[in-house]
Write a protein that binds this ligand. Structure first.
Ligand SMILES: Cc1cc2nc3c(=O)[nH]c(=O)nc-3n(C[C@H](O)[C@H](O)[C@H](O)COP(=O)(O)OP(=O)(O)OC[C@H]3O[C@@H](n4cnc5c(N)ncnc54)[C@H](O)[C@@H]3O)c2cc1C
Length: 494
C-alpha cells in the first residue's frame, strides 16, 4: 500500500496545476513536496509577472476571464486583435528559429485558452488585463501586444497565492522544507516514490505516480557554467534560489532522456544594481525592457543590438544574453523626454542617472570610452528621425539605417533633454533544457519508452523553447502540462 496516490515534486505553477488536476481526477491522497520553507514557497511562479499567452478567436473569449476589463480600463475591448492558434504558432516558430517541438507546441497552443479558463474557474485564480506590461493607449482604445493581454491578478504573487488556496481547498497536503533527492524505482523500472530530505532527516515516500515539476537549473552556478558556458556562472538570478536542477538530476540518474536546448536559457535585461538573487518582495521588478524606446550602449561606448528589431516580448528573452556578453556584462539604456513616459512602471525601482546634455550624461556613467559613446549617440541621431510618425503601438518602420547595428523601428532622435540612463545586465530567468515527455506528460527514457509512474511539467520539460521564447508562454506550458500530468498520474496511465 503506497503512502500516496500522487506525489508532486515542487510547488510552483506546474506542480500545483498537477496537484489540483490529480485531485480533480480522483487522487484523494495527493501531496506536494516543496524544498523551500513556507516563506519562500512557490518557485519562479511567485517571482513571475503572471503573464499568460493564450490563443483566442474573439474579444468575447476574454470576457470569460476578465468580465470587468472594459469598466476598469476603458477602451480595453476596442484595441484587442484576436490571437488565433496560427498567430501563436507563427510567434513560437519565429522566435525559436523553427526548432520548437511540434507535438508539444500543438498541445500547449491548442490547450492554452481552455487551461487558463480551468485555472480561473476550477482553481479560482483571478485574472486581469496586463496593462502595465504592454498596453498602450491610442485615442480612445488601448492597443495590446498580440497574445500578451491577460495575466493572473497581482501577477506571480497572486498566481502563487491562489494556487496554494486551491490546494488547501482540495485537501492537498503541502510539505515544506522537503526536498526530493532520489526517485525510487522497482524491479520493473517503474517509479514508485521518492526519497526526501527534511529537517528530521532522510525518508522514503511511496506513491502510485510521481510528477516532477521542480524547475530548471538556473540557480545552480556549476550547471550554468557547465551547460550554458561563460559567463553564465556570474549571471544574476531573477527568481528562486531553490531551482538547482534536482528534478533533472534525479530523472537523468534513472535513465530519463535529456531533451531540448541545454546550452540556452531565458534571460532578460535587468537592472545591474540588483544582487545575485532578486529580492522576493520586488519579484520581477528588476526587468529593464523598454529599450525599444531608446538605445543601449556598452562600456566601450558602442551600441551592440537592434533595440527596435521587434516588440520587447519577442526580443527580451534573447537580449539578456546579448547584454551579459558585453564588457563587464553591463550596459546603459539611454532615453530622452520624448519617450521617458513610455518606460514601464518597474523602472521606478531605480533612480536614473540624468544629464542636461548628452555630454553631461555620458560624463556621469562608468563608460570607459566616453568619446566613443558620444560619437555613437551622435551617429545614431544623424540616422534617426523626428517623432512625427513615431508609433509605439506598432512596428512603425522608422529605421535608423547606415549605422551598425541598425535600429529597425522606433528610431527617433534622442535630443530632448534632460536625458536619462538606466543600467542593465543580463539576468537568468529559467533554463530551456529539460526532459523528453510525450503527449500524456510521461517522461520518456533513453530507450524511447515511457518510464512508468513518472510524469513531468513546467520548466523541466525540454524541447519547446530554443534560444528565445515568446513572453507569457512559460506559465501556460506549465499549466497545460501540469494539468495533463496530474490527470494521468491520478488515473495511473502507464
Ligand atoms: C522574474 C520572473 C518573471 C517571469 N515572468 C513570467 C511571466 O510573466 N509569464 C510567464 O509565462 N513566465 C514568466 N516567468 C517564467 C515562469 O515563472 C516559469 O516558467 C514558471 O513559473 C515555471 O513554473 P514551474 O512550476 O515549472 O517552476 P517554479 O515555479 O520555479 O517551481 C519550482 C518549484 O520546485 C521547488 N523545488 C526545486 N527543487 C525541489 C526539490 N528537490 N524537491 C521539492 N521541491 C523542489 C521550488 O522550490 C519551487 O517550488 C518568469 C520568471 C521569472 C523568474
Amino acid at each position: 500500500m503506497s503512502d500516496y496516490d500522487v506525489i508532486v515534486v515542487g510547488a510552483g505553477n506546474a506542480a500545483l496545476a498537477a496537484a489540483v488536476s490529480a485531485r480533480e481526477s480522483g487522487a484523494t491522497k495527493t501531496v506536494v513536496l516543496e524544498k523551500a520553507p513556507k516563506d519562500m514557497r512557490g518557485g519562479n511562479t511567485h517571482w513571475s509577472g503572471g503573464l499568460l499567452r493564450i490563443a483566442f478567436n474573439s474579444v468575447e473569449d476574454l470576457d470569460e476571464l476578465v468580465p470587468e476589463a472594459e469598466k476598469d480600463f476603458p477602451g480595453f475591448r476596442g484595441g484587442i486583435e484576436p490571437y488565433k492558434a496560427e498567430d501563436f504558432w507563427d510567434d513560437l516558430l519565429r522566435v525559436t528559429g523553427g526548432r520548437t517541438d511540434r507535438e508539444l507546441a500543438e498541445i500547449v497552443i491548442s490547450n492554452s485558452y481552455d487551461t487558463i479558463c480551468w485555472m480561473h474557474k476550477h482553481a479560482g485564480i483571478p485574472m486581469e488585463p496586463a496593462f502595465s506590461l504592454g498596453g498602450i493607449r491610442k485615442g480612445d482604445v488601448i492597443k495590446w501586444p498580440k497574445g500578451a493581454i491577460i495575466r493572473a491578478e497581482h501577477e506571480g504573487v497572486g498566481l502563487s497565492k491562489h494556487w496554494f488556496l486551491a490546494a488547501e481547498r482540495d485537501g492537498i497536503e503541502v510539505r515544506y522544507n522537503t526536498g526530493a533527492q532520489e526517485l525510487l524505482v522497482d524491479g520493473s523500472g517503474a517509479v514508485y516514490g521518492v526519497s526526501v530530505k527534511n529537517p528530521e532527516g532522510i525518508k522514503k515516500l511511496t506513491a502510485k505516480s510521481v510528477v516532477l515539476a521542480c524547475g530548471g537549473f538556473e540557480a545552480n552556478q556549476q550547471w550554468r557554467a557547465q551547460y550554458l558556458g561563460k559567463p553564465w556562472d556570474h549571471a544574476k538570478v531573477r527568481g528562486t534560489r531553490y531551482n538547482q536542477g534536482d528534478g533533472l538530476r534525479m530523472a537523468l540518474n534513472i535513465g530519463a532522456m535529456a531533451y531540448g536546448n541545454w546550452s540556452s536559457c531565458h534571460s532578460t535585461p535587468i537592472s545591474a544594481e540588483w544582487d545575485d538573487f532578486a529580492p522576493r518582495d520586488l519579484t520581477n521588478k528588476s526587468n529593464r525592457l523598454s529599450y525599444p524606446w531608446g538605445v543601449m550602449i556598452n562600456l566601450k561606448g558602442l551600441r551592440f543590438c537592434d533595440e527596435g528589431e521587434d516588440f520587447q516580448f519577442f526580443t527580451y528573452a534573447r537580449y539578456g544574453r546579448v547584454i551579459l556578453d558585453q564588457p563587464n556584462s553591463k550596459v546603459w539604456q539611454i532615453y530622452d523626454q520624448k519617450t521617458v513616459h513610455l518606460l514601464e512602471p518597474r523602472y521606478e525601482t531605480s533612480d536614473p542617472v540624468t544629464g542636461g546634455t548628452l555630454e553631461e550624461l555620458i560624463g556621469k556613467l562608468d563608460i570607459e570610452d566616453k568619446e566613443q559613446a558620444l560619437r555613437t549617440l551622435q551617429d545614431y541621431n544623424a540616422a534617426a528621425h523626428s517623432d512625427e510618425n513615431f508609433d509605439p503601438s506598432e512596428l512603425d518602420g522608422l529605421a535608423a539605417n547606415g549605422i551598425s547595428p541598425k535600429k529597425s523601428n522606433w528610431a527617433i532622435k534622442i535630443d530632448k533633454p534632460p536625458f536619462v540612463a538606466y543600467s542593465a545586465t543580463g539576468g537568468i530567468t529559467f533554463t530551456f533544457g529539460g526532459l523528453r515527455i510525450n503527449d500524456k506528460a510521461q517522461v520518456i527514457g533513453v530507450d524511447w519508452q515511457p518510464i512508468n509512474g513518472l510524469f513531468c511539467a513546467g520548466e523541466m520539460v525540454g524541447g519547446l523553447f530554443h534560444n528565445n521564447y515568446p513572453g507569457g508562454t512559460g506559465l501556460v506550458s506549465g499549466a497545460v502540462f501540469g494539468r495533463i500530468a496530474g490527470r494521468n498520474a491520478a488515473f495511473g496511465v502507464n
